[in-house]
Ligand binder design. Structure first.
Ligand code: ADP
Length: 492
């Protein structure tokens, strides 16, 4: 896409967002302003659903599920609808990407790939799965026929974050719909716009009314009501650990709905002196943390470097980092876009202050920049000398702040890598095949990248361990979250 197209779409008026319930666009009990992180100005408003609005959406999803308008539709027909939705996402990719950047701040070059691009691919992947998955016949004694069915769970509540709303939304919505469930989606209040547009496209594609509902509004009101709803059978979530904990409590207080949580990470990127190419590793270490201004759940936010190459490596890394173009995320050349909100930016700066107080040293960055734009921008920040007891080592910043720690041998590297409550992603840079495999086995995380950082595909699962959560997004494994097993035991 060219800059002129982006610039044209970037000034298109944005209508106030409404709720989607039973195929109708409705006002909510209130409304929430949407500020653009690009310039701090109000872009539009979204509806703020209260508990009654959420109850209506959940009841609509429940009724749709029970009457079978989607859950009992022939698999090939459901598949056709989902492919039509993927077609519409592709046809409207530019508009979806720009709209999403206007409220969330991701650099457009990245948003184009990660948002409409991967969203369409995700809908196609699960559309194709629909009519290729079979039940099972169990190897019971021959006087019995035991059939194992996979049934949709019913109503899926999905609460998603603001960093990649479409992509992460699709990771939940597509497999849930593919398996015949109804969905009630709650986007983040600072990144609802592209998901509201996606919902409109879903209606256009032929997803029946009531099967896909969207409730927008504050987490503590709208999200809480969804998580407490007795109509929700399974709750899927990506966001912070603090909210994840609350969701488990809401589940316990209501109907014991199953909760699948993806709660971010503090992922180690481990560079050994025998890496195939330290310059490549240094550049990759910068993008591993700084793309989307660090607002990536798998970001390589803890850099562990072998002491013998530490200083040289940090120099190269700092040089690569200083060259990264920070600024308006709607410019194609921008490599580090806006921080999503002022609260988030202030939190990021607080981490830097604490890190220096605890003995870390800032190599580059550490400041808010481009304040004259009114937007929320932060210079990519590298802090060296960070120890496992420091806050910057332990807690997820979810911003452009990299903690660097030296190690002396493989055993220490592994110990440091695993010194975390999180276990989402990791990177290992080494030319030694045996060492690479030892590290893959030793690191407790859902993914270990070797001699690269951050590659992903819908065909492979993203699944956290430890306090990074439970349950897989993407791949056929994700279908397990949205289906129940049922055995039919037949005496012959
Ligand atoms: P972050 O810190 O990345 O914004 P959050 O966990 O606060 O992560 O937000 C992720 C999603 O969870 C958003 O859609 C937000 O509105 C929602 N959320 C926040 N608090 C709650 C809550 N108490 N109950 C349900 N949803 C919530």
């Amino acid at each position: 896409m060219d800059q002129a197209t982006i610039d044209r779409l970037a000034v298109a008026p944005v209508a106030p967002g409404k709720l989607l319930i039973e195929g109708h666009w409705l006002e909510g009990a209130g409304e929430t302003p949407v500020l653009s992180p690009i310039d701090g100005r109000q872009l539009t408003t979204i509806a703020a659903a209260d508990a009654a609005d959420v109850a209506r959406a959940c009841a609509s999803a429940r009724a749709a599920f029970e009457d079978g308008r989607w859950s009992r539709m022939a698999p090939a027909a459901r598949k056709a609808v989902m492919h039509r939705l993927a077609d519409l996402i592709e046809r409207n990719a530019a508009e979806l990407a720009v709209l999403g950047v206007r409220d969330n701040g991701t650099e457009i070059s990245m948003a184009l790939k990660a948002e409409p691009g991967s969203t369409a691919a995700t809908f196609r992947y699960y559309a194709e799965a629909i009519d290729k998955i079979y039940g099972e016949i169990a190897p019971t004694p021959s006087i019995v026929l035991a059939l194992i069915h996979r049934e949709p769970v019913g109503v899926v509540g999905a609460i998603v974050p603001w960093n990649f709303p479409l992509m992460i939304g699709a990771w939940k919505i597509a497999p849930a719909l593919a398996t015949g469930n109804s969905v009630v989606l709650k986007p983040a209040e600072t990144a609802s716009l592209s998901l509201l547009r996606l919902a409109a496209l879903a209606l256009e594609a032929g997803v029946p009314p009531g099967v896909f509902n969207v409730v927008t509004g504050p987490g503590r009101v709208t999200g809480e009501a969804l998580a407490l709803s007795p109509d929700v059978d399974v709750l899927v979530f990506t966001g912070s650990g603090a909210t994840g904990r609350r969701l488990l409590q809401y589940s316990a207080q209501s109907n014991l709905k199953r909760c699948y949580l993806e709660l971010g990470g503090k992922s180690p990127n481990v560079v050994f002196a025998d890496a195939p190419d330290l310059s490549t590793a240094a550049k990759a270490a910068a993008t591993a943390i700084f793309r989307n201004a660090g607002q990536v759940c798998v970001a390589g936010s803890r850099l562990l470097v072998e002491a013998s190459v530490h200083d040289r490596f940090v120099d190269e890394l700092a040089t690569a980092t200083r060259k990264m173009a920070v600024g308006n995320p709607l410019k194609l050349e921008t490599q580090v876009g806006a921080v999503n909100s002022l609260t988030q930016l202030e939190g990021n700066l607080g981490f830097v202050t604490d890190a220096t107080r605890e003995g870390g040293e800032i190599v580059t960055g550490g400041e808010r920049v481009l304040q004259e734009t009114g937007g929320y921008y932060m210079d990519p920040t590298i802090v060296t000398g960070v120890r496992p007891e420091h806050r910057l080592y332990r807690e997820e910043v979810f911003g452009p702040v990299l903690a660097v720690t030296p190690f002396t041998d493989e055993a220490e590297a592994l110990r440091l890598a695993n010194s975390s409550d999180f276990g989402l992603a990791a990177g290992v840079w080494t030319a030694n095949l045996s060492r690479a495999h030892r590290m893959i086995r030793g690191i407790r995380s859902g993914v270990v990248h070797v001699n690269t950082y951050g590659g992903a595909d819908v065909t492979v699962p993203l699944a956290g361990t430890k306090q990074s959560g439970n349950g897989a997004d993407k791949s056929l494994h994700a279908l397990e979250k949205y289906t129940d097993l049922k055995t039919a035991w037949i005496q012959l």
